[in-house]
Design a protein around this ligand. Structure first.
Ligand code: ZN
Length: 191
């Protein structure tokens, strides 16, 4: 979706703004194709920590780096129990996913989604019901996780952000029409 191609070089840590704040559509950073992170440095860990704070402040369950103005392939996701699996194994800490890759495991399913960068806008989005997620964690190693339900939906939503894709791009015609005036209001208010 984005016009920019991903850089082969690791992102420059000095490019992290000191003042991170939630970016609202149509901020152009939300349309960037984000650069791979590669090595997990102190700067990357600090960014993830600040993103978790902002996610909780804004009462979201997931947040991608471009949503705070940093075009890197990194997202955080609040620990979500999988309703399809036995309880008790959900991790207490939010999941930090660096350079994530997602493989669908099941057919797509429609469900309602919202986005912190698109206040007041909700609509039906079609996504594979369960997926396999592979990503680098804060310790620098790759990990694999499989999940369905809200977790699978959240991971895929956040991964879309890293390619500059938003839920409004995925809405069907009815939701597009229904949310058109709200999208226009945002375009006017934030441009
Ligand atoms: Zn979002």
């Amino acid at each position: 979706m984005g016009k920019h191609t991903a850089s082969a070089l690791p992102p420059d840590e000095h490019a992290i703004p000191t003042d991170l704040y939630l970016r609202i559509f149509p901020d152009p950073v939300l349309r960037r194709r984000c650069a791979p992170v590669g090595e997990v440095t102190d700067g990357v860990r600090d960014l993830a920590r600040r993103m978790i704070e902002i996610m909780r402040q804004e009462e979201g369950i997931g947040l991608a780096a471009p949503q705070v103005g940093v075009p890197w392939r990194l997202f955080v996701c609040e620990a979500l129990p999988d309703p399809d699996k036995p309880q008790g194994e959900a991790p207490a800490d939010p999941l930090v996913c660096i350079d994530p890759v997602i493989t669908p495991l099941e057919d797509a399913q429609l469900d309602e989604e919202g986005c912190l960068s698109l206040p007041e806008i909700r609509g039906q989005v079609n996504r594979p019901a369960s997926v396999r997620l592979e990503a680098t964690g804060l310790e620098g190693g790759r990990f694999v996780r499989e999940g369905g339900g809200l977790a699978a939906r959240c991971w895929q939503h956040e991964l879309d952000h890293l390619d500059g894709v938003l839920i409004i791009d995925k809405f069907g015609q009815l939701d597009r029409l229904r949310t058109r005036s709200a999208v226009r209001r945002l375009e006017k208010a934030h441009r």
